[in-house]
Design a protein around this ligand. Structure first.
Ligand code: ZN
Length: 136
């Protein structure tokens, strides 16, 4: 990948990292307010759902930070933009849509086909369905 493109992705990752960490601080400060102030029983249920939603969001963000760190490492090592499966360059359009992608389109499709076939793929899907039914 050309150096100017690489730098563009590097800047993007650093900016995303910063903004996630900033959000994280806000969430934590918010948590403090929840436990000290509004604390009657009716609010409690809402607060619990709110908190679990926040935790889910936070977990997702932490996971994303990990991906960003890995991507930044690949930028440093000069392997950013290579498919980890077949070693070909990942399509630039794909990287622009999903900068932390580690697989090219065809390897990704193959991986998704495999996931559908495995039990863990099914389990994951049914868990998601339960969750959306509960809160729909
Ligand atoms: Zn590939």
């Amino acid at each position: 990948m050309r150096k100017d493109k690489l730098n563009k992705f590097k800047k993007l990752f650093e900016a995303q990292r910063k903004s996630i960490l900033f959000n994280d601080r806000i969430i934590r400060e918010d948590f403090g307010v929840c436990s000290d102030d509004r604390y009657d029983e009716l609010d409690q249920a809402t607060t619990d759902i709110e908190q679990s939603m926040r935790m889910r969001l936070r977990n997702r963000e932490m996971l994303y930070i990990k991906k960003i760190d890995e991507a930044l490492k690949r930028v440093e090592e000069g392997t950013f933009g290579e498919c980890q499966e077949c070693g070909e360059d990942i399509e630039l359009r794909r990287l622009e849509a999903r900068p932390t992608a580690t697989l090219c389109v065809s390897c990704k499709e193959e991986q998704e086909r495999q996931e559908v076939l495995t039990a863990s793929g099914r389990e994951h899907k049914s868990l998601g369905d339960t969750f959306s039914r509960k809160f729909a």
